[in-house]
Design a binder for this molecule. Structure first.
Ligand code: IPD
Ligand code: CA
Ligand code: CA
Length: 266
């Protein structure tokens, strides 16, 4: 099969899966659903997370039964395939459980260990982000681009905090405090996938987080790269979603923010 044709089939399945998951978010949002706890005090999982995951996986497995899947709630579905789907059925579960409309379905598709496509869908705000390696990033089918700010002091940033306190030098609180003391606005939306998409769309100039999982960032980091931004770990090296640290920026403030995150003076 021709590669272009295969990619358009893959994209079709990806968007269909994102829509199926998003329909579950809409069905439960602001309604009643059961909630239980994972490890950590406020690390929640709701009935809607499970329903969305089931709907998403149903679509993928119907079209590609031999592809590998990694999904937050059900874990690894190992297959001997070069394609791997990385799913967060609801990113922003605490928001979702509180009726805060900043939550989404996030799905990334890897081919031979490289992110090929991603979709992040927030049905409550009617925002569908999509990116394909080498083909740019879109929001509701319109091309998006990162911002052009050149200094951290004039930037609007976003970050997130892990469910369990990270007590380490240059940890999340220390970096946050340093930026806030200088008057830099640093938001905390509660959904890493949306944080990344909003950097891609130029709403934020940068996003950093100290402890992410592959499903939080798989689709979103490709969105930033394809919108012209830069994504690295905290050493400034190639970003892999299988390690915890992520810095995503418009590219222009990247080195300065990297230095600040690593304890440099600001
Ligand atoms: C969380 C969100 C949050 C981030 C956490 C993630 P969840 O994912 O992305 O913004 O700060 O690190 O675990 O639990 O809502 O899927
Ligand atoms: Ca998540
Ligand atoms: Ca989740």
């Amino acid at each position: 099969m021709n590669r272009g044709y295969f990619c358009s089939m893959l994209k079709h399945t990806l968007l269909k899966a994102a829509e199926a998951g998003a329909a579950e978010l809409q069905r439960f949002f602001n309604g009643s659903f059961s909630i239980s706890n994972k490890e950590g005090i406020n690390n929640l999982v709701t009935e809607a997370d499970h329903a969305a995951e089931k709907a998403i996986m149903g679509v993928i497995q119907a079209d590609y039964p031999d592809h590998y899947i990694l999904s937050e709630e059900s874990g690894e579905h190992i297959q001997d395939s070069s394609y791997k789907w990385i799913i967060d059925p609801i990113d922003g579960t605490v928001n979702f459980a509180n009726g805060i409309p900043i939550c989404c379905v996030s799905i990334g598709v890897e081919r031979a260990g490289k992110m090929l496509m991603g979709a992040v869908y927030n049905p409550i705000m009617n925002e569908l982000f999509f990116a394909q390696k080498g083909f740019g990033a879109t929001l509701n089918n319109k091309r998006i681009h990162v911002s052009d700010k050149t200094e951290v002091i004039k930037s609007c940033l976003v970050t997130g905090f892990p469910y369990t306190y990270l007590d380490e030098p240059n940890g999340p609180i220390q970096v946050f405090e340093k930026l806030i003391r200088k008057g830099v606005p640093v938001r905390r939306l509660g959904s890493a996938a949306i944080d990344l998409c909003w950097v891609a769309a130029g709403r934020f100039d940068g996003f950093y987080e100290h402890k992410l999982q592959a499903w939080d960032s798989a689709a979103g980091f490709l969105m930033v790269e394809e919108a012209g931004g830069k994504v690295t770990d905290f050493n400034g090296d190639y970003y892999s979603p299988y390690q915890p640290h992520l810095l995503a920026t418009n590219g222009k403030i990247h080195d300065e923010l990297l230095r600040i995150i690593n304890g440099g003076l600001f």
